[in-house]
Design a protein around this ligand. Structure first.
Ligand code: ACO
Length: 402
């Protein structure tokens, strides 16, 4: 009932809510999340159904346009994307300038930001035709940008997109194919990656999505806003957690797989060590995505014929944490990132690419939120208030008298 925005800024009333734990900045019709019950729905569709039966591209269409596409709409969307997968040849030169050991997330956000220099007609956020074109360009080019970042790191020549392939197949080929060698795309990997992208596609007002909205609220263009979202995703408390989980599991493995002493370290908050891949601002029970991904980790590893000692450590760690008061009292459960790294690793991705895969999945969600915000009548620039805690007033003292 009561709409605090009606108060505008006139009353001098300011609420302090660190980390926005209880403050909604927007109304949104995109994603429903119930953290107590562990429910996640995109545009009303349960995540379990989309992951089981849908495809990433139709999920992207759903998030951005509000409805699942018809056969014709989906094939039109797919064709549009397919026609825009190439990068301008000059974009490739950016990669020459990056050091070889550059983190791929840094390359991803830089190159996405640079796209706005190539598409200068796209800067008006109210030009619906241009926004549609930017949407298609981003969805089409992000996998190419990501695959090139990987090729740069390993010193291999870039593999150009091939337009007869599906979205995920094309990405896998650009990433893993070596010129002049046959590359066989494994359907198990394709379907697992497609499912993972669906599960990452949106998660309402998370840190990166809120960033995209906040940057976009100044009416900055879509490329600039998405680039900011990629930067926000990179941090280890957000999308960077998938990389951090794997590094944590490897360090436990190096200590002889001693899960107990690691958990004790976490409980004693030694050196700020956290159980990465556990806990969530909104989920206070099982993250429904983690449930699906845990099952997928088993399936993919066994289909690829890979056993992974790290999976055993992860299972032990989960079991140990879930039977410990420290975690149950704080309602800390595995989140989406706890098992994804193990799947990405089995697929052949290096650890530094994990968060890039998250970005590929989250892109449609970012675009959907940016678009919803821009189209909202009366949408205002995002501008949080503050409680000032500094010195009240003092007189300037010339430098030589200080
Ligand atoms: N390991 C150990 N303790 C934890 C963890 C964890 N992973 N997460 C939270 N806690 C503890 C905190 O220390 C705090 O304990 P205290 O009350 O004794 O001080 C309590 O649980 C509450 O935690 P907050 O930090 O207040 O929770 P918040 O909602 O701010 O943070 C976050 C959520 C960032 C996800 C946190 O749980 C975390 O750092 N997890 C590890 C990183 C991670 O997996 N991030 C991915 C999140 S999902 C995503 O972005 C896709």
């Amino acid at each position: 009932g009561f709409d605090i925005s009606k108060l505008r800024s006139q009353t001098g009333l300011v609420t302090l809510d660190g980390g926005f734990g209880n403050t909604a900045a927007y109304k949104s019709a995109i994603t429903f999340l119930d953290g107590e019950k562990g429910i996640l729905r995109y545009r009303g569709y349960p995540i379990e159904q989309l992951a089981e039966r849908g495809s990433f591209l139709e999920t992207a269409y759903l998030l951005i346009n509000g409805e699942l596409p018809t056969v014709d709409q989906l094939s039109g969307f797919r064709d549009d994307i397919t026609q825009h997968t190439l990068l301008h040849e000059d974009v490739k030169r950016f990669y020459d300038g990056f050091p070889r050991d550059a983190h791929p997330m840094a390359m991803l956000s830089s190159v996405v930001s640079a796209l706005s220099t190539f598409y200068q007609d796209s800067h008006n956020p109210f030009d619906e035709k241009q926004v549609h074109l930017s949407t298609i360009r981003l969805l089409a080019k992000l996998p190419t940008i990501a695959a090139y970042a990987y090729k740069k790191a390993i010193g291999h020549p870039f593999v150009y997109p091939r337009n007869d392939l599906g979205y995920v197949e094309n990405f896998l080929r650009m990433t893993f194919a070596v010129p002049a060698e046959e590359y066989e795309i494994n359907p198990v990997v394709v379907s697992a990656l497609d499912k993972l992208l669906i599960l990452h596609a949106d998660h309402e007002q998370n840190c990166s999505t809120s960033t995209v909205r906040l940057v976009g609220s100044s009416q900055a263009n879509l490329f600039a806003s998405i680039s900011a979202g990629i930067s926000a995703l990179w941090g280890p408390l957000h999308g960077g957690a998938n990389q951090a989980v794997l590094e944590m599991l490897e360090s436990i493995q190096a200590q002889g797989g001693d899960v107990d002493s690691f958990v004790n370290k976490v409980k004693n908050k030694e050196d700020g060590v956290k159980l990465m891949g556990f806990g969530h601002r909104v989920y206070k029970s099982f993250d429904p995505r983690a449930k699906i991904i845990k099952a997928a980790a088993h399936d993919v590893l066994s289909a690829l014929g890979k056993s992974d000692e790290l999976l055993d450590i992860a299972l032990k760690l989960e079991e140990r944490a879930l039977s410990d008061d420290y975690f149950t009292e704080r309602k800390l459960y595995p989140n989406v990132d706890f098992y994804t790294g193990l799947i990405y690793r089995a697929m052949g991705f290096p650890t530094t690419m994990f968060t890039v895969l998250f970005a590929l999945g989250r892109l449609p969600g970012w675009i959907a939120h940016w678009t919803e915000m821009i189209r909202e009548p009366g949408s205002r620039i995002g501008r949080p208030r503050q409680i000032y805690t500094g010195v009240e007033i003092r007189d300037y003292v010339p430098v030589e008298e200080r």
